[in-house]
Design a protein around this ligand. Sequence first.
Ligand SMILES: *[C@@H]1O[C@H](CO)[C@@H](O)[C@H](O)[C@H]1NC(C)=O
Ligand SMILES: *[C@@H]1O[C@H](CO)[C@@H](O)[C@H](O)[C@H]1NC(C)=O
Ligand SMILES: *[C@@H]1O[C@H](CO)[C@@H](O)[C@H](O)[C@H]1NC(C)=O
Ligand SMILES: *[C@@H]1O[C@H](CO)[C@@H](O)[C@H](O)[C@H]1NC(C)=O
Ligand SMILES: *[C@@H]1O[C@H](CO)[C@@H](O)[C@H](O)[C@H]1NC(C)=O
Ligand SMILES: *[C@@H]1O[C@H](CO)[C@@H](O)[C@H](O)[C@H]1NC(C)=O
Ligand SMILES: *[C@@H]1O[C@H](CO)[C@@H](O)[C@H](O)[C@H]1NC(C)=O
Length: 634
Amino acid sequence: MRDYILLGLVTWLARAASDPSRYKAQQPMLAPLHSPGSGKYSVQTPPLDTDWTYQVGTDPWPQYPRPKLARPKWQSLNGVWTYANASGHDALDHPPFNRTLSKEVLVPFCLESALSGLQGERTIHSWYRTTFTVPGSWDSEDRVVLNFGAVDYEATVFINGQKATFHRGGFFSFSVDVTSYLNGGEEELVVFAFDPSDSDSYVIPLGKQTLTPDHIFYRPCSGIWQSVWLESAPRSHIKDLEIQGDASGLVNLTVVATDGLPSVVNITIHERMTNSIVAKHVANAGSPVTFNVPSVKPWSPDSPTLYDVTITMGSDTVRSYIGFRTVKKVRVNGVQRIVLNDKVIFPFGTLDQGYWPDGLYTPPTYEAMTFDIKTLKRLGYNMLRKHVKVESALYYAAADELGILIMQDMPSLPSSLKPNKIQYAEFERQLKLLVNQFKSYTSIFAWVIYNEGWGQNKSHKPDFELTDAIRHLDPTRLVDSASGWFDHGAGDFSDDHHYASPRCGTPTQYVGTEEFHPSRIGFEGEFGGIGHNVSANHLWKVQQAIDGINETYEMWDTVETWNARGHFLLSELLFQVQVYSCAGAVWTETTDIEGEVNGMMTYDRRILRPDVVTWNADIKALYDASEYRSKENR
Ligand SMILES: *[C@@H]1O[C@H](CO)[C@@H](O)[C@H](O)[C@H]1NC(C)=O
Ligand SMILES: *[C@@H]1O[C@H](CO)[C@@H](O)[C@H](O)[C@H]1NC(C)=O
Ligand SMILES: *[C@@H]1O[C@H](CO)[C@@H](O)[C@H](O)[C@H]1NC(C)=O
Ligand SMILES: *[C@@H]1O[C@H](CO)[C@@H](O)[C@H](O)[C@H]1NC(C)=O
Ligand SMILES: *[C@@H]1O[C@H](CO)[C@@H](O)[C@H](O)[C@H]1NC(C)=O
Ligand SMILES: *[C@@H]1O[C@H](CO)[C@@H](O)[C@H](O)[C@H]1NC(C)=O
Ligand SMILES: *[C@@H]1O[C@H](CO)[C@@H](O)[C@H](O)[C@H]1NC(C)=O
């Protein structure tokens, strides 16, 4: 503890003495490296733990990682690998083949996290190494596919000394057929990860990660942070699957085959509870196929019905699932509303950043991950805004299953730097990756391109171009082109950010870049954010973060006064729903994070601030007011 304080003081003095600008390069104020002498894996002591930290063990995330395209023959590669910090990109000229690296790391936890066993800092260039044996029960005629859920930010993958693939983009999955590199015995897997975060002049999609944490920007996450696994698949197999269903029961599905041929695919849809078959269809791979499922039960947050899907192509059989729902923007009694399955809905959620004090980007366990979603539902929320982060496939599948709408942000570029043309083009490429990789999840109802102008081109045209690009890839969802600040008129939302009071769909809304436009959905993309300090044992024990707590918009002394203020702000929002054009809102935020103490829960998820009965009633009042105003012939 003393070290943190001392380091914090030094950093603070250095900061005060130099430039007050919060974005100048500084040494990051991370917890010191607890470099284990032996190099053996052990979970480090994070600045704050959770009830799950010490339950993780060395076999983390054993669940099958990709429920939308699941194969029976698979093997997890999560667990203890070896690790070495690399000096720079030139390390790639001398990969550490055939030798165990000096430290151990627990995959899939970011290198900066305590659960990784390293709690490293400036882990910009990294080597990972493990070995595996392909299960003898797998058919030797079949292919072996290696899958990564996500590696931040670039990954170069070697199998037995040969480069198998390269991937760029810290939030997206990738796969490679490694069969031709295998030797049939113990196989060596080496990964070089490069993650500059916001160092030097890098401008990459990274969300809130920064090497210089400062109040609303947090410790970065580098390297492998989602599951790694192998699977066995026939030579010609299903490589990708897009599957969407609408409220009328229309299935729209595209099967992508490895060989690119229009092979015959057999599709069977089952009711989840009874497993009885509700539809069968025969089609071809390679292009969109549509067919109808009679009398489907649509998906909604209150009734998150899903159907299981089996798809067979030649000798390949995969399991998937589908939810049926339709999202539209409709003018109802003069107000632009969000309509889900022909019924007006008032999406009300929290700003949800998906950070964990022990795993950073990676929740410690599946149970921990779903605890957040369940808590939000318990409070009465029907939605969350996944803020400038993308979660794992298992997260979205859990949201589909538990029933919560998701407004999905694109991970932002650094807030204070201007992208050049190449960086902007890469942002656009990754935005399309986001939509393509996640458009099969039922719970996502809207895409958000920009948050508060971060990395946004100040001229109007690109907003419209990106909005059109998303609509082209995915016509089934709404687009919030600019959540906060620079609204150029693109997309479906007129989205204001305002603290602490909401300013949602109001004609008196600030005239300027966030002026309310009644032709689009009046939306409050962020409000609330009120703070309540807690005792040191629920805080992120890093002095820089503790010093920044006073930057929280409002601080309330007790949980009772915090609740009273929350009740008042929700009543202001209710008024805006009753008399103005407010059609949805986002409260900041799900949990405390580092120096932010404005969560529904503390960062360790041990304290729940809201008085559940009052919040339930206040939130229900918003839904009721929206419904009442949407009634015909009111
Ligand atoms: C990794 O290497 C870089 C460059 O050599 C160095 O700046 C950094 O401190 C090292 N990080 C760790 C965790 O050893
Ligand atoms: C690793 O060692 C094996 C066995 O000695 C050898 O066959 C292989 O070529 C080595 N790989 C590399 C990349 O040096
Ligand atoms: C089916 O999906 C494809 C690809 O997303 C899209 O282009 C097409 O318009 C959709 N068809 C229908 C009938 O919705
Ligand atoms: C697909 O369905 C057709 C018609 O029902 C059947 O003849 C064929 O054997 C099925 N193919 C597979 C791979 O299941
Ligand atoms: C911003 O948009 C304008 C207009 O489309 C374009 O000329 C300019 O190159 C864009 N800037 C970047 C960095 O992409
Ligand atoms: C918040 O609480 C911590 C721990 O009790 C304390 O060190 C810190 O000064 C407090 N900050 C504010 C702004 O109240
Ligand atoms: C927060 O406290 C620090 C000293 O710990 C001070 O320098 C800073 O100005 C304060 N910020 C606000 C917003 O009060």
